[in-house]
Write a protein that binds this ligand. Structure first.
Ligand SMILES: *Cc1c(COP(=O)(O)O)cnc(C)c1O
Length: 414
């Protein structure tokens, strides 16, 4: 980074401080990860200079011979990784990808079903003030109050009642595996397009640790920067019959020039995900999450749905008497990063909810395993139980840092 240092000290210093934060802290935000140095090199490469509107072989600008090679590799590897019929690697990120899918396959005002936001759905699944909620008529399904799991009978009942044009099965704060076949059956019963948003779990699916919706669903999308461990961005997979509509909706429907530096990063990340070591990573993410969940339960933490099948844990802090916002702030101070989160049927407000959401992808990439999960559970427990004890928090911060420095982060030299 010597060029940044020479030219722009303010940005240089902020990046240096961020490196230190990433190196010294435990990253438990379930949507975050550490991508490889090779992916970062691609993102920071001269590919950022090139305009390439259109698709390989059908571009609107000259000089595309190398860009086409790169985008074709990304597409081929994406198809191989997920067994998809058609892949579009151009979406800038997950939200534009979802918007492109709706724009391709729905008319404005059409009815769509998605998971309630405060039960774990995403803002692109019908938040009233978001584009999705303004442009389409979203009907929300939820989780069962007793089990914390998606109530498939409610999904079926609502689908028959509202006859949606599309059903979205996708989750941003839901700790359980999804019954893709059951969703697809309901879609078929009412003639709805099936759409899976696997942004959170794509890496676990690619690593064969969770079942894939790709064989069943009409359309599947994912971000590429979460469990999948690639650069920031997204991809859309679909059955051949939707390919043209999806491609047209991405470009020129919604986007202009694709970010080929990020697309090169996606190609590299897909190649990494096709290696045997990646399956070990995917399995260890889930092992770590299950172990962390058990360790938290031992310390009397209440988990939504009482556990996890994935990388993600949702904790209800009500019995601890510490609201999610305060927990997030104090844990941040000791170097444990996570986010406050609503829990299903939360009596508190979204800005100051009852829960916290945590996940294991980033710490697993760093090489942490079961013994480290025990330490992390212990630090969370001690922080929550000593929420106003500055001395104790300072002590925990030192312990967190000491452990973290033993697990290097790609691209950061300590
Ligand atoms: C993260 C996420 C997205 C959106 O991704 P961005 O890249 O942040 O726009 C969409 N859907 C789900 C389920 C997500 O978790």
């Amino acid at each position: 980074m010597s060029k940044i240092q020479d030219q722009d000290l303010e940005i240089f210093e902020a990046i240096e401080r961020e490196k230190q934060r990433q190196a010294e802290g435990v990253e438990l935000i379930p949507s975050e990860n550490y991508t490889s140095e090779a992916v970062m090199e691609a993102c920071g490469s001269i590919l950022t200079n090139k305009y390439s509107e259109g698709y390989p072989g059908k571009r609107y600008y000259g000089g595309q011979e190398n860009i086409d090679t790169i985008e074709n590799l990304a597409i081929a590897r994406g198809k191989e990784l997920f067994g998809a019929e058609h892949v579009n690697v151009q979406p800038y990120s997950g939200s534009p990808a979802n918007t492109a899918i709706y724009f391709a396959l729905l008319e404005f005002g059409d009815t769509v079903m998605g998971l309630k936001l405060d039960h774990g759905g995403h803002i692109t699944h019908g938040l009233p003030i978001a584009f999705s909620g303004r442009a389409y008529n979203f009907v929300a399904y939820g989780v069962d109050k007793e089990t914390g799991k998606i109530d498939m009978e409610e999904v079926r009942r609502l689908a028959h009642e509202h006859k949606p044009k599309m059903i979205v099965a996708g989750f941003t704060a839901y700790p359980r595996d999804i019954d893709w076949k059951a969703f697809k059956e309901i879609c078929d019963e009412v003639g709805a397009i099936s759409m899976a948003d696997i942004s959170h779990t794509a890496g676990l699916i690619a690593g064969k640790a969770l079942e894939s919706p790709v064989p069943y669903f009409d359309v599947v999308m994912t971000t590429t920067h979460k469990t999948l461990r690639g650069p920031r961005g997204a991809m859309i997979m679909c059955k051949e019959k939707y390919a043209k509509a999806i491609d047209r909706a991405v470009f020129p429907g919604l986007q202009g020039g694709p970010h080929e530096n990020a697309i090169a990063g996606k190609a590299i990340a897909f190649k990494e995900a096709l290696q045997p070591a990646y399956q070990e990573y995917a399995q260890q993410v889930i092992k770590n999450a299950k172990h962390l969940a058990e360790e938290l339960k031992k310390r009397d933490f209440k988990l939504v749905s009482d556990g996890t099948d994935t990388h993600l844990i949702l904790v209800d802090l009500t019995n601890k008497g510490v609201p999610g916002k305060q927990a997030q702030a104090r844990l941040d101070e000791v170097g444990i990063t996570l986010n406050k989160n609503t829990i299903p049927f939360d009596p508190r407000s979204p800005m100051d909810p009852s829960g916290i959401r945590l996940g294991t992808p980033a710490i697993t990439t760093r090489g942490m395993k079961e013994p480290e999960m025990e330490k992390i559970a212990d630090w969370i427990d001690r922080t929550i139980n000593n929420i106003d004890n500055e001395e104790m928090l300072a002590q925990i911060k030192e312990e967190v840092k000491e452990m973290c420095l033993k697990f290097p982060v790609p691209g950061i030299e300590i």
